[in-house]
Design a protein around this ligand. Sequence first.
Ligand code: ATP
Ligand code: MG
Length: 453
Amino acid sequence: MIARLIQRVFGKKSAAAKKSRLQKIPLAQHGLSRERVLPCALKVTDTLQQGGFAAFLVGGAVRDLLLGKAPKDFDVATNATPEQVRALFRRSRIIGRRFRLVHVMCGADTIEVSTFRSNGLVTEDDDDRATDATGRIVRDNVFGSQEDDAERRDFTVNALYYDPTSQEIWDYRGGVADIERKTLRMIGDAATRYREDPVRMLRAARFAAKLEFRIDEATRAPVAELAGLLENVPPSRLFDEMLKLLLSGHALRGVHQLRAEGLHHGMLPLLDTILEQPEGERFITAALHNTDLRVQAGKPVSPAFLFATLLWHELQSDYKARVAAGGKPAPALFEAMDAVLDRQRERLAVPRRLDGMMKEIWSLQARFEQRSGSRPYRLLPHPRFRAGYDFLLLRAQSGEVAQELADWWTIFQDASEETRAAMLLPETQGAPRRRRRHSKKPLVAGAEPAAGT
Ligand code: ATP
Ligand code: MG
C-alpha cells in the first residue's frame, strides 16, 4: 500500500520531470502578437489575471494562430475554479457535468474557460495537488497544475499556452518545434494514450488532414493494431468526431487519411466498398470536395446531406437486393432506408433528427427522372428540392446519372413559363397518363444495372 503510494507520488513526479521541460518562448521568437487574439478572449484573460489568477489562451487557437490560420474558437485555461471564473464575469455560466467549464459571453462571442486539470490519474491523497490547491474532484475530473494540464492534452501542438500580457508561449512539450516541423506528435506513450481514449486516433487523422502535418512514426504506428478499440467508443461520440472531420474544410483528405490508417472500419464499414468502385469513388470525392469548398467559403453544410451522400451507395445495394428478392420498389426503398440507418446507428450514431431529411433527399431522386406532365412543377416547391437537386448534381458528376438530366433541372428551375413548357418531355407510354399505383421502374436509378453507364 505504502509502496504503491510512494511509487505513485514519486514515480509520477520523476516521469513528469523527465518528460516536460518548460520553455517560455518570447514574442520575438514566435511572432504571435496580442492583436491577433479575439478581443473577447483578451478580455477574459485580462480579467482573470487582474483577479490574481493565471490565464492563458490554449489549444487549437494558439496552434492555428502560429500556423497563420483563423482559429475556430478561442479557449482559455486558468488556475481559477469554475466558481471563481463565474464570479468574475456577469455574462457567464457553468456548463458540463463531468468536466465543468465556464462559458463567458461578450457580444456574440463565447469563450470557453477551463480549469487546469490532470489526466485523472492524480488521486486525492496525491500531495502533488497541495501546491495547486484549486484541485478538487468532480466525478473523475481532477484539477491539476498547469503542467498536468499540458500532459493530459493529446498532441504537442495542442498543448501550447499563450499569455496575451507577456506575449509569451509556454511550451512544455516542444509543440512550437513540432509546428515548425509540421509534425503531429502524441504526448507520452502513444499506445497508452490511445487506450485511454481511442478517439485520439481519429483526432490524429483529422489534424493531419486539416493542418497538412505528417504523423510522427511513433504516434502513427500503434494505430494499425489499436484501431479496433473504436468499437468501444459510444456511437454518439464517434458521430461528433466524424462530423468535426467532415466539417473541417478538409473532409476529402480526412476521409482518405482515415482509410489509410484503417480507422474507418468501425464507423463507416462500407467506405472500402464504395471507394473501390470507380463510380462510388467519384461520388464520394465529388461530395466531399463540394463540402470542403462550401466550408472554406463560409457557407453552411448540412450534416444530413453529408451522411445521405456517405450512405447512398449502401442504400442502393440494400435496395437492389430487396427488389431482386421480389420486393415492390416503393416499399423496398423505404425498408432499405430504415435498414441502412439502423445498421449505421450501431457503429456511428447518425442522430435520428437527421433521418427525415436524409430520407427525403434519397426518395426525391426518383422524382427527378420524371420530366413530363405536371410532375416537374410539383417537385419545384418541395421543401427539400434544393438539397435533392444538389444531390442529383453529385450523382451526375460521378456518372451515375446523365449530366443531361442534371442540366435539365438546372435550367428548368429558373426558366420562364414558356421555356418550361417547351422543356417538358412527351409522355412516354400511352396517353392519357393516370397515376400508376405500382411502378415497375426502379425508384433509384442506380438500381438499374445499366443506368448511367
Ligand atoms: P479545433 O480547431 O478542431 O477545434 P482543437 O485543438 O481546439 O481543434 P478541440 O477538440 O476543440 O480541438 O479540443 C481543445 C483542446 O483540448 C485540444 O487542443 C487538446 O489540447 C484538448 N483535447 C481535446 N480532446 C482531447 C482528447 N480526446 N484527449 C486529449 N486532449 C484533448
Ligand atoms: Mg477547439
